[in-house]
Design a protein around this ligand. Structure first.
Ligand SMILES: [Mn+2]
Length: 368
C-alpha cells in the first residue's frame, strides 16, 4: 500500500514585528531570530521523518516587513531538502501580489507556490495530487474552492489553503470556507492555515497546524507542526511540538497584600518557573489605599527574570471607609453599622468575619 509521509506547517510569520506584545526592539529582534530557528527545526523534522511532502499553509513570512535576506534564508532551507516537494499556499500576510518575493524571487525547483487560481499538481512518483489556492491580496471575501470539480479518487488527494473554516459572519475577510464544502470532495487531508492554535476540525481530515512559535499573548500553550502518514485507506497524524517559548498570562490577586514590596515578592515567586517564557502578569483584586503600586517600576526591576515581562495593573481601589461613613445612602448606613459592630466586638475572629461581611456587602451594593 502506497503510504505518504508529509509535514504540515504554517503561520510562521518570519520577520514579524511583535508590536502587539509591547516587546522592546531588542527582544523583538531576538524573537525574529527564533522564528528562523524554528523554521530550521521544521526542516530538520522533514529530514528526520523522511517526509516526501512539505505543506506550508500560508503566512510563511510577513510581506510588509520581510527582507531579501530572510527570503534567501528560506530558500537555503528548502535547498537542504531538494528531494522533498514543497508546496506553499500564500496567506493574508504573504499574499501572492506582483511585488511579492513569491513572484520576483527565483525559488528552488522543488518549491511550488499556489496562486489565487485553484490548481491540482499531480506527483506521479507519489501518486498524489496536491490542490491549492492562495491569497492575492490582504483580504479574500469569497471561497476560492468553487472551481473545484469532481476529483479523481484513485489517488491520494490533499488540499492546501489559508482560510477561515465555518465562519458564520457574513463578511469574513479571510477566505471563508466550509467544512461541508471541503468534505464533499473526499480529500484524504486538508491542510489549513490562519488559526494559530492547532485545531482538528474534522477528525484527522481537516486540520489547522497552528503557528510553530507563539506570536502573542493570545497564543498560549504548546505550538508545533503536523507529521502525517497517509494512504488511500488510513491516516495517522502526530503533533510535533516546536516552540521554544510559551506565551503565558497569569493573574495574581493582591487583595490580601498591603505593600508594593509584598506584591513584588509574589510576582518574583511566580516567575521562578517561567524563566524562558513571554509572560504577562495581570494584577487583580483590591488595591490597598496606602499602596503605591508602580507597575512600570516593578517591570523594570524584574524584567530579567523571564524572556519578556509585561505587568498590568487590573486592580480596583480599596473602599475609602471614612468617606463612605459620611454618606447618607445605603452604603453609608451599612458601613457605619458594621464598623460600630466591629468596634464593639473583642473577638478577633468575629472582627475578621465582620470585615469580610462589610466588603462583600459593599461589593454587592456597588454592583447593583
Ligand atoms: Mn497567520
Amino acid at each position: 500500500m502506497n503510504e505518504l509521509i508529509f509535514i504540515h506547517c504554517g503561520d510562521i510569520h518570519l520577520d514579524a514585528r511583535f508590536t502587539a506584545t509591547g516587546m522592546t526592539d531588542r527582544k523583538a529582534k531576538e524573537r525574529r531570530q527564533e522564528l528562523r530557528d524554528v523554521f530550521i527545526r521544521i526542516i530538520d523534522e522533514v529530514i528526520k521523518q523522511k517526509a516526501q511532502l512539505l505543506l506550508i499553509s500560508g503566512d510563511l513570512f510577513e510581506h510588509e516587513y520581510v527582507s531579501r535576506n530572510t527570503i534567501e534564508f528560506i530558500a537555503s532551507q528548502f535547498n537542504r531538502i531538494s528531494n522533498v516537494k514543497v508546496f506553499i499556499s500564500p496567506g493574508n500576510h504573504d499574499p501572492y501580489v506582483a511585488n511579492s518575493y513569491y513572484c520576483t524571487f527565483q525559488w528552488p525547483v522543488n518549491v511550488h507556490i499556489f496562486t489565487n487560481v485553484l490548481e491540482g499538481i499531480y506527483l506521479q512518483e507519489l501518486d498524489v495530487v496536491v490542490y491549492g489556492v492562495g491569497f492575492s491580496g490582504k483580504y479574500q471575501y469569497e471561497s476560492m474552492l468553487g472551481s473545484l470539480k469532481n476529483i479523481d479518487t484513485a489517488q491520494i488527494n490533499i488540499l492546501l489553503t489559508h482560510g477561515t473554516l465555518d465562519n458564520i459572519s457574513p463578511k469574513c475577510p479571510y477566505h471563508p470556507i466550509m467544512n461541508s464544502e471541503i468534505s464533499q470532495y473526499g480529500f484524504e487531508y486538508a491542510a489549513l492555515g490562519h488559526i494559530h492554535k492547532m485545531t482538528e476540525c474534522s477528525e484527522n481530515r481537516i486540520v489547522y497546524c497552528g503557528s510553530p512559535e507563539p506570536l502573542g499573548f493570545d497564543e498560549p500553550g504548546d505550538h508545533g507542526i503536523i507529521v502525517g502518514k497517509v494512504s488511500k485507506t488510513d491516516i495517522v497524524l502526530q503533533f510535533a511540538k516546536m516552540n521554544k517559548r510559551e506565551c503565558i498570562t497569569q493573574e495574581i490577586n493582591i487583595s490580601d497584600l498591603s505593600t508594593a514590596d509584598e506584591v513584588e515578592m509574589r510576582i518574583k515567586e511566580r516567575l521562578k518557573t517561567l524563566t524562558d517564557d513571554i509572560v504577562h502578569i495581570r494584577l487583580t483584586g483590591r488595591q490597598n489605599r496606602e499602596m503605591d503600586l508602580d507597575v512600570q517600576l516593578m517591570t523594570s526591576r524584574l524584567w530579567d527574570r523571564c524572556f519578556y515581562l509585561k505587568i498590568t495593573d487590573n486592580t480596583y481601589p480599596d473602599y475609602h471607609l471614612e468617606e463612605l461613613c459620611k454618606q447618607y445612602n445605603l452604603k453609608g448606613i451599612f458601613t457605619r453599622k458594621i464598623l460600630q459592630e466591629i468596634e464593639k466586638n473583642h473577638d478577633a475572629q468575629m472582627k475578621e468575619k465582620l470585615f469580610r461581611a462589610l466588603y462583600l456587602g459593599l461589593d454587592a451594593l456597588s454592583n447593583e
